[in-house]
Design a protein around this ligand. Structure first.
Ligand code: AMP
Length: 116
């Protein structure tokens, strides 16, 4: 079980967010510090997984659902093109240890692989 994080508080409703998409297993909301014209976070509601590899090993169907939700959101909020970023580990830039996908979209013209 991952330690309690800010995203656990978002799932429980303790911290309110603008819900952009929701399924039984997945929640999406805007990143509070956007790094692209469209910057949405997609998370599993489960607090059990710190990173994408843990989620993929235990619940691949939830990971697939996150990607499906991300794809739909990129169509809704941009032209359908997007970059999906999963930071895994502190030295890769992960600050919240509840697995999350950054959905970045909206004319990403720079060639870096980073989120900013
Ligand atoms: P990472 O650095 O990959 O762990 O990404 C964590 C992201 O969560 C950052 O881009 C933060 O801006 C974002 N974030 C942290 N707290 C909140 C919050 N309460 N609402 C929305 N986004 C948040």
């Amino acid at each position: 079980m991952a330690a309690e994080t800010v995203f656990g508080k978002i799932v429980s409703g303790e911290i309110p967010v603008e819900v952009l998409a929701e399924t039984d297993r997945v929640l999406a909301f805007p990143d509070m510090s956007p790094q692209a014209p469209v910057h949405i976070l997609v998370i599993p509601k489960s607090t059990a997984y710190e990173n994408v590899a843990e989620l993929a090993a235990a619940e691949p169907e939830t990971l697939a659902e996150m990607i499906s939700v991300a794809n739909d959101l990129a169509k809704e909020h941009a032209n359908g093109d997007y970059r999906l970023v999963f930071n895994s580990g502190a030295t890769a830039g992960q600050t919240v240890f509840h697995v999350h996908a950054h959905v970045l979209a909206g004319n990403l013209e720079e060639r870096s692989l980073g989120a900013s």
